[in-house]
Design a protein around this ligand. Structure first.
Ligand SMILES: Cc1cc2nc3c(=O)[nH]c(=O)nc-3n(C[C@H](O)[C@H](O)[C@H](O)COP(=O)(O)OP(=O)(O)OC[C@H]3O[C@@H](n4cnc5c(N)ncnc54)[C@H](O)[C@@H]3O)c2cc1C
Length: 410
């Protein structure tokens, strides 16, 4: 039995129709490094319905301040390095090459950590180091300012300075994947397929959880009434802050320390071509309020979808503001890049108060502490991206682990 607060399953895997095209409001892409998600896709018969994004067709507009625009030759990573070559002084370029040489042979470890326990000592050490310090020590301040920060912000919807080097590598590994995929008609078809054989009560919010040695009491509200049910075992699979509000004692306290970034993503659909690179990252400067701009034309003659990630601190201001302001930020950015203000035929602003958990320094220890504490609560387990990695794969792995732990505990 699944209790789901909203009217649909999928959570942050949420797709909607806008102006004749599909907008991914939450999880946008997945790559081959998500074995559990692929198994689900195959089981749901969705393998034949993949959209593929070739990183080589993505373009990176980098180092605006330096006035450089770069076009990729092969992969995003190559593109980014090409942009850096123009921006960085020689000494930092050498250090960058050294860092790349250190990281590249560890590609397997990096990919594995997206959905697995991090076992490599090298990665565990990086858990303790703030990303900005690590990158600055490895390459130099220009690198962190002109490159790492906007890329990370656009991926994480967070300020790069908050992430650990481990978290940063996790995000960069994802972005450097040559091919990314989505499901035609919306990624949330995967969640719908997973939920199909289950008994799901949508529109039903859990309001309290009371585990005891014999089972778990669950209080819920379906909008018309509040009721209590009792179960042998329960997995609480909600974002950290919600979980913290349902739990008690030290476990609630530790889970409440997981911070999530918010996100505000204005999106427009237009019929007129937009001459901006498919994916652009912008440097952090006071005149620029977005960290990433994406343009997609799903069908050759179809409408064009354009969306952007509003950066902090404006993001915090716009999370509760009316849509017009966020949409203006997007139109201003496109106008600056192309000289032409886009004419939207449809628009929306996607907001997430809990977008993704911030991979702060000490994240691994924190996750281990939560697992240790929840292991001491009878008949209860936790699941969610905050326990593994901020991704669809992380969420799936956490759920499978929670179920296995309950079975093991009997
Ligand atoms: C804008 C955005 C872009 C992203 N892009 C990517 C990407 O490209 N690739 C990728 O892999 N990941 C991406 N992610 C991350 C990914 O979407 C999440 O990590 C993952 O979906 C989290 O799954 P979850 O099950 O942990 O939590 P959720 O998906 O948040 O699921 C929690 C569920 O619990 C329900 N709930 C909450 N409170 C209650 C309650 N009291 N009672 C009952 N039900 C409740 C919620 O309604 C929700 O359905 C993105 C996320 C966002 C927001």
């Amino acid at each position: 039995m699944v209790f789901e607060a909203t009217g649909r399953v999928g959570g942050r895997q949420r797709s909607s129709e806008l102006g004749g095209t599909i907008v991914e409001e939450g999880a946008v892409f997945f790559g081959k490094q998500y074995p559990n998600l692929w198994r689900r896709i195959r089981a749901a018969g969705l393998e034949g319905e993949l959209k593929t994004y070739h990183a080589m067709r993505m373009r990176t507009l980098e180092a605006q301040r330096a006035g450089t625009t770069c076009r990729p030759r092969s992969r995003v990573t190559t593109t980014q390095l090409a942009a850096l070559r123009r921006v960085l002084p020689r000494r930092e370029k050498v250090k960058l090459v050294q860092m790349t040489a250190e990281i590249l042979p560890r590609g397997g470890e990096l990919r594995a950590m997206l959905g697995n326990e991090v076992s490599s000592k090298w990665l565990r050490r990086l858990d303790a180091v703030p990303a900005a310090h690590w990158l600055e020590a490895k390459v130099g301040p220009r690198f962190t300012e002109s490159f790492a920060s906007p890329i990370m912000e656009s991926l994480s919807f967070a300020d790069a300075s908050e992430w650990s080097a481990l978290g940063a590598l996790m995000l960069m590994t994802f972005s450097a994947t040559p091919r990314l995929h989505a499901i035609v008609g919306g990624n949330d078809r995967i969640a719908a397929a997973i939920a199909e054989p289950l008994e799901v009560r949508t529109g039903t919010s859990i309001t309290a959880i009371s585990p005891d040695p014999g089972g778990v009491g669950v209080e819920a509200d379906d909008g018309s009434r509040s009721f209590t049910s009792r179960f042998n075992d329960v997995v609480v699979a909600v974002p950290g802050p919600v979980a913290a509000s349902l739990l008690h004692g030290e476990l609630a306290e530790v889970v409440s320390c997981i911070r999530y970034s918010s996100s505000v993503v204005p999106a427009i659909v237009t019929d007129s071509p937009l001459d901006v690179p498919a994916v652009s990252f912008y440097e952090a400067d006071s005149s620029n309020h977005i960290s990433g701009l994406a343009v997609e034309r799903p069908c050759a003659d179809g409408p064009i979808l354009c969306f952007a990630n509003v950066r902090s601190p404006l993001r915090e201001e716009l999370i509760d503001a009316d849509d017009d302001r966020a949409l203006d930020v997007l139109s201003d950015t496109v106008e600056r890049a192309t000289g032409v203000r886009p004419i939207p035929k449809a628009s929306k602003v996607i907001r997430w108060r809990h977008s993704i958990p911030v991979g702060e320094p000490g994240m691994l220890q924190h996750q281990a502490r939560i697992r240790g504490l929840v292991g001491g609560v009878p008949h209860l387990e936790l699941a969610g991206d905050y326990l593994v990695s901020p991704s669809q794969e992380g969420a799936l792995v956490s759920g499978a682990r929670a179920a296995a732990a309950l079975i093991e505990r009997g």
